[in-house]
Ligand binder design. Structure first.
Ligand SMILES: [Zn+2]
Length: 63
């Protein structure tokens, strides 16, 4: 199964904006709107989620 993923926050809550007329997608998690989204298979999606969580952790707890 493929995952459509927000490039900003890694959420899967991505929806086609305006019925794809504009060719853009909207993320319900962070409000991102754009034509660029990531599409991953299960394995790559797990890797990407780990990367996002890591970078989020760094922002919250800077060393
Ligand atoms: Zn997002």
């Amino acid at each position: 199964m493929n995952h459509l993923v927000c490039p900003m926050c890694g959420s899967e809550h991505i929806f086609a904006d305006s019925g794809l007329i504009t060719g853009k997608y909207k993320c319900n998690e962070c409000g991102y709107v754009g034509s660029l989204i990531y599409e991953f298979n299960d394995k790559d999606y797990e890797l990407f989620k780990k990367q996002v969580e890591k970078s989020k952790g760094r922002e919250k707890f800077p060393e």
